[in-house]
Write a protein that binds this ligand. Sequence first.
Ligand code: ADP
Length: 334
Amino acid sequence: MVSAQAMDGEPVSDEELRPKVLDGFIGQPRLKAQLQLFLDAARKRDVPPDHILMAGPPGLGKTTLAMIVANELGVAIRVTSGPAIQHAGDLASILSSLDTGEVLFIDEIHRLPRAAEELLYIAMEDFRVDVMVGKGPGASSIPLTLPRFTVIGATTREGMLPSPLRARFGFTAHLDFYPHEELEKLIERSATVLGVSLGPGAAHQLSLRSRGTPRIANRLLRRVRDWAIVHDLEVVDTAAVKDALALYQIDSEGLDRLDLAVLQAIVGSFDGGPVGLNNLSAMVGEEAETVETVCEPYLVREGFMVRTPKGRVATAKAWEHLGLNPKDDVNKLF
Ligand code: ADP
């Protein structure tokens, strides 16, 4: 078992900022309404709800929602992740220790080993797990009936889930980047929890630089809080936000060091692209999965990059943002 690990390496403080009930979860109104209905129906029918898949980029609230679901249902939640399960047996022992109605949260479910995936299909569908007894030719499998439980899977790469596994989920929640107004509310709520006093416009400035992502908004708020403490500021004003974030190399569009390195590599080393993911990742010294799941969705959404069948291409907006002139031949692409 592992605890949910925050991307920013501050797992403990992530906990204090997690809303505990659906009402406290900011934004994503349609998704909240869908989940509310789903939970109400399960409560009325007095059965554990169907399995739920949470899909979307890191830091948008997948773990938070899973915890809210368990809390709203008044049941315990077990937390594990795809990479933490190395053998099917690891999963079998977790499954066989679940109590009725419990929620099993599997983060990065697309990274489960194949044998564990197969075991999970059966467990999710038939509430049964085959336990292997003995080794070699004399080994036999004993079916073990499980109580009804709910799997909540989280993935940043829904496309990587094999379709039989995807088909076992009764509801898929797609989380999308948050608009600035929602992030502003989230930052104000977090500031109250952390005891930070924000001046007019400060939450707005922070929201513009948070890449549409609650986890980043909370992280930047903490860095701004540090700045205020060190500079003896009682109230964090917009100037403090700008100065603090400039120190942490977050630019006016919310692009961080890695985003800028990616754009600079496409433009500087590959003449604007197209460039394949592996070449690009090697160039910026980062794992392909991080570039693909953390950087790209935001760069694409904000119009800095497009994905073409031949590879990644920087848009005119990216060249401009880097203070460069797009080459004529690159311009023709758009
Ligand atoms: P994920 O599992 O998608 O990577 P998390 O659920 O761990 O993301 O969320 C990261 C942080 O952002 C948590 O501290 C959580 O409290 C906060 N957060 C995420 N979504 C929301 C939301 N809609 N409202 C309030 N806080 C949120």
